[in-house]
Design a protein around this ligand. Structure first.
Ligand code: AMP
Ligand code: MG
Length: 343
């Protein structure tokens, strides 16, 4: 199959919508990362997503809609869900709600709940309106690779596997949506994103965060979200993440860098001068900038063929939890707190 890559425009959006109606798979931009979409209610179309991504069949997909009316008959929209939709939709918030039998089991990997989101990206909105279908769309990377934040990343992973990629430039947020489970008594964040647990609690009254967000699952532990079980966001190189002041982190990173064969450094802008002529790349200066740049940097590291990535992180809380969850997983939870080492 040849994979066309077309800039977002009236004609390419019409073409993408037509492919969706035919049960085909199309990649499209959202504000978080690029999605790999197909008709969420067509089991064969959804199967084609799993095949193109080589995604394990036990990892469910998020269903995207242009407006909440499209959810009618698909899931039970609770009062809390209504409030959160009022506050955060369209936007990077995915909610787990109890599904109806109209949603095929393959879309939810056999789970009784369905993940739903309304993206806030003009191309995604236009496409969802044009096709008038709920669209199942995981991130448009091959399973295990960093999520794509540009059409070029999607092309790297999906060339020859799907008919069309819509190119809408770089994704603004850069990490996937917040996933909040609304099927229990208290909302629970299963995957942190740009909308924080604090943001959700301010609207819903309370919100917890799954404890497995910042640690590996224990042997035999139930995964509240199947995505937690799988290797994810992984660069080819071994990666370690350091947290602490610019100076303390740089001291530790430089020692390891100088002892390694082919390492590269990811550091905050404020710390870049500390690394001299070593191979160092920027993660910006805020957790949001870090989120925007992280997946792109991990792909760049893979291209350079480095065997070790030494990265400066942030304290894993509040707005930094989203980027730190991805950094921790990319590093297989190899995190070093430099300030606590000193004491
Ligand atoms: P992605 O499609 O790559 O953005 O990943 C979607 C994430 O949402 C994965 O971590 C899934 O495991 C999670 N997810 C989707 N649907 C459900 C569901 N019904 N229950 C629990 N987690 C879900
Ligand atoms: Mg993904």
């Amino acid at each position: 199959m040849t994979t066309q890559c077309l800039p977002v425009g009236e004609e390419s959006l019409r073409k993408a919508a037509e492919l969706f109606r035919q049960g085909q798979v199309v990649a499209f931009p959202t504000e978080t990362v690029y999605g790999l979409g197909a008709d969420a209610l067509n089991a064969d179309a959804v199967r084609a997503i799993f095949e193109a991504k080589e995604r394990p069949a036990d990892n469910p997909l998020i269903v995207h809609v242009a407006k909440r009316e499209q959810l009618e008959g698909l899931c039970q929209v609770t009062e809390t869900a209504q409030k959160l939709m009022d506050a955060f939709w369209p936007g990077p918030l995915t909610m787990l709600l109890m599904k109806t039998s109209r949603v095929p089991d393959i879309t939810t990997a056999g789970l009784p709940s369905v993940a739903v989101r309304c993206p806030n990206h003009p191309a995604a909105q236009a496409l969802l309106l044009e096709c008038a279908l709920p669209i199942a769309a995981p991130s448009a990377n091959r399973s295990g690779r960093p999520s794509p934040t540009s059409a070029a990343h999607v092309f790297e992973d999906m060339q020859g596997r799907i008919p069309l990629i819509l190119d809408g430039g770089a994704c603004q947020v850069g990490v996937e949506s917040t996933v909040v489970d609304l099927t229990g008594d208290v909302p629970c964040v299963l995957r942190p994103g740009a909308i924080t647990a604090e943001d959700i609690a301010a609207v819903a009254g309370a919100c917890t965060v799954a404890s497995s967000v910042m640690r590996p699952l224990k042997e035999g532990e139930h995964a509240p979200s199947p995505g937690m079980k799988h290797r994810h966001y992984a660069p080819k190189a071994k990666m370690t993440v350091f947290i602490g002041s610019d100076e303390a982190v740089a001291k530790e990173i430089i020692a390891r860098y100088d002892a390694a064969d082919s390492a590269a450094i990811l550091a905050h802008d404020s710390a870049l001068p500390l690394y001299g002529t070593r191979r160092v790349f920027s993660l910006g200066d805020t957790p949001q900038e870090g989120a925007h740049l992280l997946f792109q940097r991990l792909r760049e590291m893979d291209e350079l063929g480095v065997s070790l990535i030494l990265a400066q992180g942030w304290e894993a809380q509040g707005k930094a939890l989203a980027v730190m969850n991805r950094m921790a997983r990319a590093a297989a939870f190899d995190l070093v707190n430099v300030s606590s080492q000193d004491s």
